[in-house]
Every structure is written in structure tokens, then in C-alpha cells.
Design a protein around this ligand. Structure first.
Ligand SMILES: *Cc1c(COP(=O)(O)O)cnc(C)c1O
Length: 369
């Protein structure tokens, strides 16, 4: 059997930057708590994306949770959330005992549809916060979304877990809203094995998030707590991996773009194959090359054929309003996300793939036509 081709797996630098930083953590015994790698990783990531401040956390999910708290979301509050996303976007709304309202995608971006968002504001004018996601490294329509949210004066949290390295009109995704979050989970464009980051231009709010993330310990000689706390900080060892990975982020984006271009050239003319949207204002990181099938070949046939050749692929996210856990919550839209889910496939986009691997993928797919 040929070696397995992955959707997106960890890819450490050839130079060994990550190990170097981890080694420093060992040598200085800054295994925990916190330490130089955490401080520097926060600074380096903030600089990379152009944010004033960053807090390194244990996961992207933790970052969304703290962003919701920072935005003042609490019991019974309504939060708009794209329906087409990973459950990690929506779960923290429930952690806060708040109420998600799911918003449809549009075909132009696959992300939050500004028209559906406008409709949701009319229906729920008392909404407390809006979460925007940049799926698969494609940026949402930020000008229109921000215009609407600013008009209603509602804070915006950008879930940029999949879009580190993506720019919208030259500005990094995750820096348009009041808060942005990134993930360094194993399948993301860079990984720390697991981790996340909260960014904002409001340094005070970020400092507050760090406080909450370390059990909300007041400044006192004894253990004193005036607020609910969490154990959400990133470890200094893990942050070392992140510092090393950040050095190769641009390289990873370049490779992901190459993979997308390769697929598009080889598969773009097959009947009923439509590639994920590219917009002139978008400079994606191409995290996962995704397609929509509108012809006789169905996603399940394609995924089965790939799996037989030991190649991993995945359907597009199943919308949140169709998830058993979230079925009681409202949805505003016309069914675009559902169509994307039913017809979409994420192709293997692992940056360690060789041209030979890429040929193996496209030849397997072409056989179905
Ligand atoms: C991965 C991901 C998250 C969660 O990040 P973790 O670090 O795994 O907690 C949130 N939102 C989206 C869209 C993601 O893809």
C-alpha cells in the first residue's frame, strides 16, 4: 500500500527552529509556568498579523470563550454565528449560557452572508456579539459585515482559526473585529500540537483575558479570587513550537497556494467541479483546497475512491443548525450552507505532499470521470 496522504498534518520546519526554542525552555527550566517563549510568541504573532496585543492560550476554543466574555456575553444573550463552521466556533456560546443564532453563508465567500446577517439584526436587534469565521482560509466579506455590525454597534469576534496568513484587502484576517482568535491545533496551517491565541487592539482586554486564563488570581499574598477563572494558558514548551512554526508560515501559505493551483489546473475543467471562491480582495492561505460537485460524481464516491488509495479527504463542515445538539436554535438564511455541505469536498492539502503525491490524488479523481 502506498503511504497515506493526509488532509493537513503537522509540518515542522526543516531547519529545526521549533526544537531549538523547546530546548531553550528545557535548558532554562522554563517548562512552566509561562516564560520567555510565551511572551515572545505573543509578541511575534501580534506583529505578524498587525494586532496591538495577543494572549497565548491552550486552544482556539478557549480563545473564543474568553473573547465572548470580554465582549460581555452572558446568560441569555444572543450571539450571531455562521452556521457553516466547526462546532468549536459555536460551543463557547453555550459555555456562556448564551443563545446562538446561526447565519447562512453566501456563494461568493462560503462565509457569513451579509444579507442574512442584516436580516438577523432586524429579527434580533438586541444581539450582544457577532462571530465571523474565515473558513478554509477564505476571508469573509469584511467591509460589508463590519459596516452592518458598526451600524448596530455590536462587537465582532473573528474566528480566524483556519485563516492565519490570510489577508483581506491587505489587512490580516482576525484584526478587523474587536477580537480575533487563531488556532494551532494539529491540522491547522501551523501547529503547536495544540494551542490558540486571542488578539485585539485593546491591550487592557487582552490583559484581562490573560488574568481569566490563569484562574483569575488577584494580586495578593494569598490565593484570592474576585472573578470566575479558567486554566487556559499556553505552556512555555508549546509556545516554543509556535515560535518556530511562525518562521515558516509564509512558506506554508506558498505551498498551500501551490497545491490549490495544481488541483485547479488538473481538475478545474472536469464537468461539475467548482472550486472554492476566489475574490479579488482576498489573499487566502488556502488552508484546505475545497471543491463543490454539481455533476454526476457525488462527494461520497470521490471520498470513497480516495480512501481506497489511502488518501484522506473530508466533506465540508456540516452546518450547525443541522447538528442534533444545536437544533433548537434559530437559523437565518436560505440554505446555501446546506448545499455546500451536501456537495462539498475538502481535498488533501498537506504541505508535505510531493508532486508525485499530488498526481496520485488527481489521477484517482480523474478516473471517476
Ligand atoms: C480549529 C478550529 C477552531 C478551534 O480551535 P482549537 O484550537 O482546536 O480549539 C475554531 N474554529 C474553527 C473554524 C476551527 O477550524
Amino acid at each position: 500500500m502506498s503511504n497515506r496522504i493526509f488532509l493537513s498534518s503537522p509540518h515542522m520546519s526543516d531547519e529545526g527552529y521549533e526544537l531549538q526554542y523547546v530546548k531553550e525552555a528545557f535548558e532554562t527550566n522554563w517548562i512552566a509556568p509561562l516564560g520567555e517563549n510565551v511572551n515572545q510568541f505573543e509578541k511575534e504573532l501580534a506583529t505578524k498579523v498587525g494586532a496591538e496585543a495577543a494572549a497565548a492560550l491552550s486552544s482556539g476554543t478557549a480563545a473564543i470563550h474568553l473573547a465572548l466574555r470580554a465582549a460581555g456575553v452572558g446568560k441569555g444573550d444572543i450571539v450571531f454565528c455562521p452556521t457553516l463552521t466547526f462546532a468549536a466556533t459555536a460551543n463557547p456560546i453555550i459555555y456562556q449560557n448564551a443563545v446562538p443564532v446561526f447565519i447562512d453563508s453566501d456563494e461568493e465567500t462560503w462565509n457569513m452572508c451579509p444579507k442574512a446577517l442584516e436580516g438577523a439584526f432586524k429579527k434580533y436587534p438586541n444581539v450582544k456579539a457577532v462571530i465571523v469565521v474565515h473558513l478554509y482560509g477564505l476571508s469573509a466579506n469584511m467591509d460589508e459585515i463590519m459596516e452592518i455590525c458598526n451600524r448596530y454597534n455590536v462587537p465582532v469576534i473573528e474566528d480566524a482559526a483556519e485563516s492565519l496568513g490570510t489577508y483581506y484587502k491587505g489587512k490580516h484576517t482576525g484584526t478587523f473585529g474587536d477580537y480575533g482568535i487563531f488556532s494551532f491545533n494539529g491540522n491547522k496551517i501551523i501547529t503547536t500540537s495544540g494551542g490558540g491565541m486571542l488578539v485585539s487592539n485593546n491591550e487592557e482586554r487582552v490583559a484581562k483575558a490573560r488574568f481569566w486564563a490563569t484562574q483569575s488570581r488577584d494580586t495578593a499574598r494569598h490565593y484570592q479570587h474576585s472573578e470566575l477563572g479558567f486554566n487556559y494558558r499556553m505552556s512555555n514548551v508549546v509556545a516554543g513550537i509556535g515560535r518556530g512554526q511562525l518562521k515558516v508560515l509564509d512558506q506554508r501559505v506558498e505551498k498551500k497556494k501551490y497545491i490549490y493551483g495544481f488541483y485547479k489546473k488538473e481538475l478545474g475543467s472536469l464537468e461539475g467541479v467548482q472550486f472554492m471562491p476566489e475574490n479579488e480582495w482576498d489573499q487566502p492561505n488556502y488552508w484546505l483546497s475545497s471543491i463543490v460537485l454539481t455533476g454526476k460524481v457525488k462527494p461520497i464516491d470521490l471520498m470513497d475512491a480516495l480512501e481506497k488509495e489511502n488518501i484522506e479527504s473530508r466533506s465540508v463542515w456540516k452546518p450547525m443548525h443541522l447538528q442534533p445538539f444545536f437544533k433548537e436554535y434559530d437559523f437565518v438564511g436560505s440554505g446555501v450552507a446546506e448545499i455546500l455541505f451536501e456537495n462539498g469536498v475538502c481535498l488533501p492539502s498537506d504541505t508535505k505532499m510531493t508532486d508525485e503525491d499530488l498526481h496520485r490524488v488527481v489521477e484517482t479523481i480523474k478516473k471517476l470521470w
